[in-house]
Design a protein around this ligand. Structure first.
Ligand SMILES: *[C@@H]1O[C@H](CO)[C@@H](O)[C@H](O)[C@H]1NC(C)=O
Ligand SMILES: *[C@@H]1O[C@H](CO)[C@@H](O)[C@H](O)[C@H]1NC(C)=O
Ligand SMILES: *[C@@H]1O[C@H](CO)[C@@H](O)[C@H](O)[C@H]1NC(C)=O
Ligand SMILES: *[C@@H]1O[C@H](CO)[C@@H](O)[C@H](O)[C@H]1NC(C)=O
Ligand SMILES: *[C@@H]1O[C@H](CO)[C@@H](O)[C@H](O)[C@H]1NC(C)=O
Length: 267
């Protein structure tokens, strides 16, 4: 009994080590503090770049929520992917004009904002970030997206051309999306590789019925997929949480590890 149990644990530990993945060690995830990456202009667009120690062999294309790379928590989460070993590139999805931190401020019209930042505007920005990663000679690329960006992670992992993006730009090899909003059936069906989703329990943009549909579409895609729902969470938990609430804190950590494991294994 004991030797066989030891064998099982030993095998699990060896597997984790082989992927170089910090399985349950969340110390690399930063929720506050000072971002360590830098902003640079490449292919005509501003991007936030954050690098791991040593030479990266895989990259993460980090696609933000409506608060953009201007929100510190987006930069800090991108930095966390870099600490997990990925060269991480976060395009400025709104070209300098993200939504205000409080979208209920007078004068901000969400409908107008989203109309101004549809696929016609955003696909080229995402494609430019992807092209920058490729220009560094890194071919293994995963897209991670949050809320607004979750949809674009799927678009990046699908056929950018059919999605209205830059012609002949192949997508990323794997996709992770936390509480994606406005994700269409066609975008899910177009994925070309493994896709993983982290969902909030309470999310008007992805209620339980929609979660069921998305899971069915992922299954029908024939690609590797996973779909996790985190109890006690609301839309946005993958990026913005109340750290003193243990359920929210756990969910953000777990969704981060879900993405890191996904890319470590499937890229
Ligand atoms: C977790 O990782 C950090 C480095 O990021 C390391 O200093 C720490 O000792 C690790 N903790 C455990 C329990 O392995
Ligand atoms: C990174 O790659 C460069 C160029 O290929 C090489 O000179 C350098 O030694 C590498 N560094 C590490 C830490 O592997
Ligand atoms: C927001 O803009 C849309 C048109 O883009 C308009 O129909 C709507 O009334 C506006 N909402 C508010 C609260 O001003
Ligand atoms: C996406 O591209 C692949 C080949 O690159 C093709 O087989 C597939 O039909 C395309 N899917 C869509 C939805 O355009
Ligand atoms: C954060 O969570 C703690 C613990 O659940 C709670 O007491 C506190 O009111 C919350 N803060 C905010 C701003 O919601």
């Amino acid at each position: 009994m004991l030797p066989s149990l030891f064998g099982i644990l030993g095998a699990a530990a060896a597997t984790a080590w082989a992927y170089g993945c910090p399985v349950a060690n969340t110390s690399i995830l930063a929720n506050n503090g000072t971002p360590v990456g830098k902003e640079e202009v490449h292919n005509g667009y501003n991007i936030y770049i954050t690098k791991p120690q040593g030479n990266a062999t895989a990259a993460v294309l980090y696609l933000t929520d409506v608060f953009g790379i201007q929100l510190a928590q987006n930069k800090l989460l991108a930095d966390s992917f870099a600490r997990a070993g990925f060269l991480t590139v976060a395009p400025d999805m709104f070209n300098g004009t993200p939504a205000p931190g409080d979208i209920n401020v007078p004068g901000f019209n969400t409908t107008t904002f989203l109309d101004r930042h549809g696929p016609a505007q955003t696909d080229p920005i995402v494609a430019a970030g992807l092209a920058y990663i490729r220009s560094l000679g890194i071919a293994r690329i995963g897209a991670t997206g949050y809320c607004y960006g979750g949809r674009y992670a799927f678009r990046a992992g699908g056929n950018l051309t059919s999605a209205g993006g830059k012609a002949n730009t192949p997508g990323t090899q794997a996709v992770f999306a936390a509480h994606p909003s406005m994700l269409t059936d066609a975008e899910i069906s177009a994925i070309q590789g493994p896709a993983s989703v982290a969902a909030a329990e309470t999310d008007a943009m992805m209620p339980a019925a929609r979660r069921t549909q998305i899971t069915s579409l992922l299954q029908a895609s024939g690609k590797e997929y996973s779909f996790a729902v985190y109890g006690g969470t609301h839309h946005g938990f993958g990026v913005r949480v109340n750290e003193t609430d243990p359920r929210q804190r756990f969910a953000k950590e777990e969704a981060f590890l879900q993405a890191v494991r996904w890319f470590s294994v499937w890229l």
